[in-house]
Design a protein around this ligand. Structure first.
Ligand code: FAD
Length: 382
């Protein structure tokens, strides 16, 4: 079998690794450079309990995804020669007023009912775990099994491991359309007119997945949701757990970089960093960790989360064109979902049953009107 993967972000790279490990011939077509879009811009949290706001299929998917990550982390490091910095410090979710305390109490309750490990901390306990957390904290949840990675290294690790398993990555190869015959995909056409033949096409083009011509019948609207990150040069180890509040996150890197995020904006395909975005992120970060005000600022960037109308990923076969699998629409969770997505696509390609019920994530759900889920857009007042 020869598989063509459209998009060389973390999802395309993970899919390529898993397919190439099954001895499938894999070509990844990346229109620009590998791993330089959302997968480069992300914070790197592998945090099901921080990301999902309620129990249900998405939370179950996230938990499975984190477990899938646990299962491959060592193998991936060995096969790629890259340590993705899969850190074990957990997530500390802080409340700064009574309303937020009530929200965290409710979150703790449903997570315990869903068998997740979660601890309620009073301010003294929270500050012991994270001494740089603001003393204005009134309550916190600690999620010790939630983790983080260095997402740029992780993407490169998937690429390296896939290459070593035989996958071919082509940069500067922009796919314009599917090539079909009798309702089946037989390859793709690039924007320079060249054709590449394959038996299976995997759509992993992130926020741009809706631009591939030939899949219009599937009726899926992919759209970008911009996020902005501020990065500081802190002392390594200044923060153990990643910090969450209702307004932002702080994620430390092993080398001392401290990432502050983020915002949710519909700004088209514009990756600008804006004053409104920086101000929101800076305020949320300083609320979590007031000493950040003294730490040197290093850089800022923005990236585009790939969203769909119901804000759930799109995983599985195209209902209108045979031999096409989607691995797109991972919105705010594509780093966390990367290992599991690779496994699911490999299972589907090899005719095996994936390790979970894919029904809520199948592309065919868009054949009938899908209720549009509103996410909380960040209000950016300058
Ligand atoms: C600020 C921010 C913070 C985030 N934090 C987290 C986090 O903490 N944890 C988490 O799990 N997720 C996080 N995310 C979400 C995560 O980054 C994405 O869900 C994930 O990176 C999506 O991966 P992808 O490979 O689908 O998309 P991308 O990384 O965007 O890759 C898609 C690739 O496809 C290529 N492409 C597009 N069109 C074509 C074409 N026609 N032909 C060929 N190639 C094409 C693009 O050039 C690109 O390289 C964050 C996102 C942002 C923006």
């Amino acid at each position: 079998m020869k598989a063509l993967v459209i998009g060389g972000g973390i999802i395309g790279a993970s899919v390529a690794w898993r397919l190439a490990s099954e001895r499938v011939e894999v070509i990844v077509l990346e229109r620009a450079r590998l791993g330089r879009e959302a997968s480069w811009a992300a914070g790197g949290l592998i945090a099901p309990q921080g990301e999902a706001d309620r129990p249900g299929p998405f939370f179950d998917l996230c938990v499975k995804a984190k477990n899938a990550f646990d299962a491959i982390a060592e193998r991936l490091t060995r096969e790629s020669g890259i340590d993705p910095e899969y850190d074990t410090h957990g997530v500390l979710y802080a409340a700064f007023n009574e309303e937020e305390r009530a929200e965290l109490k409710a979150r703790g309750r449903w997570q315990r009912e869903a068998n997740a490990v979660v601890e309620e901390l009073d301010p003294r306990e929270a500050l012991r775990l994270a001494p740089s957390l603001s003393p204005r904290v009134v309550h916190a949840l600690y999620m010790p099994t939630n983790r983080r990675v260095e997402n740029r290294r992780l993407t490169q690790a998937y690429v390296n491991a896939a290459m070593r398993a035989g996958a071919d990555f082509r940069e500067g190869a922009a796919v314009e359309a599917l090539v079909t015959s009798g309702g089946r995909a037989t390859g793709v056409r690039l924007n320079d007119g060249a054709r590449v033949e394959g038996d299976l096409v995997v759509v992993a083009a992130g926020a741009w997945s809706g631009e591939i011509r030939g899949l219009e019948g599937d009726g899926i609207r992919f759209f970008p949701v911009r996020g902005q990150i501020l990065c500081f040069d802190a002392r390594p180890g200044i923060l153990g757990p990643s910090l969450f509040s209702a307004r932002g996150i702080l994620v430390p890197r092993r080398d001392g970089r401290l990432l502050a995020g983020s915002v949710f904006e519909e700004a088209g395909f514009d990756k600008s960093v804006t004053l409104g975005g920086m101000r929101h992120v800076a305020q949320a970060a300083a609320e979590l960790m007031p000493s950040l005000a003294e730490i040197p600022f290093r850089e800022a960037w923005a990236g585009l989360r790939p969203a769909t109308d119901d804000l759930l990923p799109v995983l599985g076969p195209s209902p209108t064109v045979a031999n096409v699998l989607y691995a797109s629409g991972h919105f705010r969770s594509g780093i966390m979902l990367s290992a599991l997505t690779g496994e699911i696509v490999a299972d589907l390609a090899m005719g095996r049953t994936p390790p979970l019920d894919l029904a809520p994530f199948l592309p065919e759900r868009f054949r009938s009107p899908v209720q549009r889920q509103r996410f909380k857009m960040t209000a950016l007042r300058v």
